[in-house]
Design a protein around this ligand. Sequence first.
Ligand code: SF4
Ligand code: SF4
Length: 365
Amino acid sequence: MPDLGLPNGEVLVATTWECNLRCAYCFVKEQTQAAGARHMSAQTARRVIDALDEGLPHVESICVHLYGGEPLTNIPAMGALVEQARRKAAGRFNFAITTNGSICSDELLELLDRGRFQVILSIDGPAEVHDACRRTAGGRPTHARVLEFLRAVRARTRCRVRGSAVVRSGWSLAEAERYLRSLPVHSIKAQAVRVPRDDPFALSAPERERYFADLEGVADQVIGELEAGRAPRDDRFSNRVLQLLAGRSRERFCGAGETTFGFTPEGTVLPCVLLDDPAHRLGHVAEPPARWVAAGARWRAAGGRRAECASCADAPLCGGGCPAIVPVCGADECEMVHHNCAMARKILAHFSDRPEDLLPLAGIE
Ligand code: SF4
Ligand code: SF4
């Protein structure tokens, strides 16, 4: 059985709520488009690193995942996070960034390389698909800029890049995956847009059926890559397959409030940055970390699972769903989870007589 490792932490840090794009399906647009959207100061960024180092001794290594808004609009905070992390024990911090890739400079490329960021780059498809939704505040297309950013990151940094696409009405999972596979990225993931059913970008009923059929195709592709002894480029099923292999049941969907936290540009501490609501507030980065760590434990204890989860056959694999997304998408999200769990079982079943062939999923080749 693979050892799934000691707990690692992931902290989502919104270094700004500002975004230079106005994506049509953005779910944080109320914040990013609000007047006076705030940047995190360099001083707060340094405090975030100090507070995490002190507050999470039970976590082996902490991935600081820059989020927003668009983190590339606040390079000083990004630089302060990286520099402060370099003052801590080697391996204590690593970095990831979710970005629209529409801003690039020598300074930024050096910083990405210095922090050895994992870059999660949003790119939906070819120009006509991408630019239909992902435009600047002034309405300009961004596809060409994103490709330029990708080429520069690959040529001038040691960063690993994940191509990330949004599947929406009129743009299928199979099409998005095919496009992502054509790019010079290390890993890929295309997922259905998370919006309520009456949203114009939501998949229609037949499109959802096609999405699930395409998911079978993704699982087949994963099986093919594992057969060839390679880690799959689309790793969406990896954790669930490894969980099944290890016979582990998932208590919670994620570590929100325990190994996962969120920080807003102003320094508010949350169980996850996507839970930015006063009801979820755990404290402030300027307070002693023990306070917001204890508040996180109380938040988790009070959370519990939804009633539906008690009778759900996939609960041991799911752990109750993302607390930020399930309240918005409800049954639709559970349907996605059920299909993802079914694909994980299918992959495991394929290798039932040679489970060692699944080790590339854990990064062991
Ligand atoms: S799939 Fe839905 S019902 Fe089942 S455990 Fe996950 S959140 Fe709960
Ligand atoms: S609350 Fe949702 S988005 Fe936040 S860490 Fe958990 S699973 Fe991820």
